[in-house]
Design a protein around this ligand. Structure first.
Ligand code: NAD
Ligand code: UFG
Length: 334
């Protein structure tokens, strides 16, 4: 079985390629290396013993992308490629809509033309917005997004759902990720933030490595046990394994399914900070700041559907997520 992985040298994509290869799939990666490095291909080979086929192609360039479909007999596509920075999407919305929507439409059109009927798409818990009560359930549907990035995820979900209604051969799994963190246990692949990290764990990692003085804790007056924001952090390797399950599901079913991928458990900012302190053996300086605009108090998944349809349940706890993140950061510093 040959799987096209767009964005396969990125953070979640690279871990997913490792799990796919470990489960006997052939992997073809398409990435323009906008937010990742070619070295990742060698790292995947070091971990798995197999070098994935790689095309440095921008999904906005349809001719280049079509060559990949012509040269490979593909069974399915996992579509990670896209921009993901919430703040940046507010500043340059058209760039986000072009890459995340036009790029995706190019891909879906080529899938149709070349009769590739199975798709797994990277969606996000951000599509729930602030409209619903936790735990977030898939049946809630789409909430009000608060930034162009989130809207591109919502629009992709709508486009894919319409495609599936129009074509009964299609099988599409829309995975709504909660908060992926951590890294591969080898320390060879992980998340390398571009510039000042926006996300909690990459920021903590830079405080620990001395690149930043202290963590800004965005608000401690939320209606949560310690007042700081609560999120459903999931180990990126667990998330990668969920993609293998989703591919198996797509290959054996038709139609669209929306599935949350989280642990079902929420941790506060202070709890994550404490877990990271345990992992690195140091105290991590922090300051309580005002709330960050657009943040919600609590976000965690109802995981029943992932368990029922995919047989997927996350295995790693917050301590392991922080240990693996710390190991990767130390390898980067070397
Ligand atoms: P990432 O930036 O590490 O990976 C995305 C990859 O896509 C990068 O390697 C980048 O170079 C590539 N890319 C971007 N535009 C491209 C284009 N036009 N053509 C070819 N390649 C292109 O991000 P990630 O964290 O691995 O996220 C993967 C997907 O999951 C994204 O769609 C993201 O929106 C989604 N997602 C991520 C999170 C998260 O917290 N990391 C949460 C929910 C959803
Ligand atoms: N936080 C801090 N300090 C920081 C960074 C974050 O206190 O320096 C807090 C936030 O206020 C929030 C929690 O840590 O309470 C998590 O924040 P992240 O930025 O790590 O993650 P978010 O839940 O805000 O957003 C992430 C992704 C989005 C995605 C969303 C839902 O960044 O792209 O999860 O999947 F849409």
């Amino acid at each position: 079985m040959k799987i096209l992985v767009t964005g396969g040298t990125g953070y979640i994509g690279s871990h997913t390629c490792v799990e796919l290869i470990n489960n006997g799939y052939e992997v073809v990666i398409v990435d323009n290396l906008n937010n990742s490095s070619i070295d990742v291909i060698d790292k995947i080979q070091q971990i798995t013993g197999i070098k994935p086929v790689f095309y440095q192609v921008d999904i906005l360039e349809k001719d280049g992308l079509e060559k990949v479909f012509e040269e490979n007999q593909l069974n399915a596509v996992i579509h990670f490629a896209g921009y993901k920075a919430v703040g940046e999407s507010v500043a340059i919305p058209l760039t986000y809509y072009e890459n995340n929507i036009s790029g995706s439409i190019n891909l879906y059109q080529l899938m149709k033309k070349h009769h590739v009927n199975n798709l797994v798409f990277s969606s996000s818990a951000t599509v729930y917005g602030d409209d619903f009560d936790v735990p977030f359930k898939e049946e809630y549907g789409l909430g009000t997004t608060t930034n162009p990035y989130g809207t591109t995820k919502k629009m992709n979900e709508m486009i894919i759902t319409d495609m599936c209604k129009a074509d009964s051969d299609l099988s599409c799994v829309l995975l709504r990720y909660f908060n992926p963190i951590g890294a591969h246990e080898s320390g060879l692949i992980g998340e390398i933030p571009n510039g000042i990290p926006n996300n909690l764990v990459p920021y903590i990692a830079q405080v620990v490595s001395g690149q930043r003085e202290y963590l800004n804790v965005w608000g401690n007056d939320y209606n949560t046990p310690d007042g700081t924001g609560v999120r459903d952090y999931i180990h990126v390797v667990d998330l990668a394994r969920a993609h293998v399950k989703a591919i198996e599901y797509a290959l054996n079913h038709k139609g669209t399914e929306v599935i949350n991928i989280g642990t079902g458990k929420g941790y506060s900012v202070m709890e994550v900070l404490k877990a990271y302190e345990k992992a690195c053996g140091k105290e991590i300086p922090y300051r309580i700041m005002n709330r960050r605009p657009g943040d919600i108090a609590v976000c965690y998944a109802d995981t029943e559907k992932a368990e029922r349809l995919l047989g997927f349940k996350a295995e790693y706890d917050i301590d392991r997520m922080c240990e693996d993140s710390y190991r990767f950061t130390r390898m980067l510093d070397k």
